[in-house]
Design a protein around this ligand. Structure first.
Ligand SMILES: [Zn+2]
Length: 334
């Protein structure tokens, strides 16, 4: 998988000092949800509207919202603002993580194993964002396919994409229902038209003043696709508020983010290696730098650790941990 390749080069350079008091992940207990998205009575009910919020963060996979925006989320919540997080996929296509979760060799994984990973990652997203102060009711899971969201974005022939990992061709949510089923009583098929309609509806109903999404030059195809569809949803909805992008994947994870490892008291830096300057394809310095306190950085690390299926992979822990900095950085006008 591309995500596996992109992430395989990470290092476990997480600062020892920060590890103290960080790993407060809830272990395997049954989790009770305060509330879940409302479901309409049956297939033909009136669509259920989302309540307005101040900030909407679009995350391709469960963990991208924490990687890019955990500080922004904490600061918005502390200021009394409402934050909604919209996940394109359930992260159900990452074979390295599925293998570790189920103690199986990657080559033996079946569709049910990837569905189990999707279930685990949906729960992790709920746990991580609860850590940051976001009510699970404000998480929107679109339920499109991980590792194939770029194919959904490119799909215009009306024949739904079939996920190469789960075998599904329509949206789903194992822990809480997917958005389309909640709002319309039935899932959406894996087509560009359905995905764009979902994103446009969510954006229009959310009435935010700030939108965050992965950058168009992020190296992961699902991340680029999320940017492209969100941009189209901005056009379709007439959204005129602030629009921020962030970069997760940019070249080998050894080269971005920089410096390597968690540096809660030092900012991101531009980094040149092998003739390339990272992050690729975005101006430096970034347009927006949001300073974070050490306490906010430690809570960010806690939330990253709550994405257990990622954090427990040594390579991914290195990548995720290196996003713990004294700031978060964003680009505008993209
Ligand atoms: Zn991602």
């Amino acid at each position: 998988m591309i995500e596996g390749k992109l992430r395989r080069y990470g290092l476990g350079l997480f600062a020892g000092a920060l590890m103290v008091g960080v790993l407060v992940v809830k272990g395997g207990t049954a989790l009770s949800l305060p509330s879940s998205p409302p479901a309409s009575a049956s297939g033909a009910g009136t669509p259920v509207e989302l309540a307005p919020v101040d900030v909407v963060i679009f995350a391709p996979h469960p963990d991208d919202e924490t990687i890019g925006c955990a500080g922004v989320i904490q600061q918005a919540v502390a200021a009394g603002k409402k934050v909604r997080i919209v996940f394109s996929t359930l992260g159900d296509g990452y074979s390295l993580a599925a293998g570790m979760l189920l103690h199986k060799d990657e080559s033996t994984l079946a569709q049910a194993d990837f569905l189990a990973l999707g279930r685990a990652r949906q729960q992790e997203a709920i746990d991580a964002n609860r850590t940051l102060g976001v009510n699970p009711a404000n998480l929107v899971f679109l339920g499109y396919p991980d590792g194939a969201f770029d194919r959904v974005a490119a799909n215009t022939d009306g024949k739904p994409v079939v996920s190469p990992t789960t075998g599904r061709s329509s949206t789903y949510g194992p822990v809480v229902p997917d958005y389309h089923a909640s709002a319309h009583g039935q899932p959406a098929s894996y087509t560009r038209a359905e995905a764009l309609a979902d994103l446009t509806e969510v954006l229009r109903q959310s009435h935010p003043s700030q939108v965050y999404v992965t950058d168009r030059n992020d190296a992961h195809p699902d991340h680029k696709a999320t940017y492209e569809l969100v941009k189209a949803a901005v056009e379709a909805s007439g959204y005129k508020g602030a629009f921020f992008t962030f970069v997760v994947h940019s070249g080998p994870p050894l080269d971005w983010p920089w410096p390597q490892g968690a540096t809660p008291q030092a900012p991101f830096q531009q980094h040149t290696a092998n003739g390339h300057t990272y992050p690729l394809g975005v101006p430096w310095p970034p347009n927006v730098r949001v300073p974070m306190t050490v306490a906010e950085s430690v809570l960010k690390a806690n939330a990253l650790a709550a994405h257990r299926s990622q954090w427990n992979l040594p390579s991914d822990r290195g990548l995720l941990g290196a996003f713990v900095k004294s700031e978060e950085i964003f680009w505008t006008g993209r």
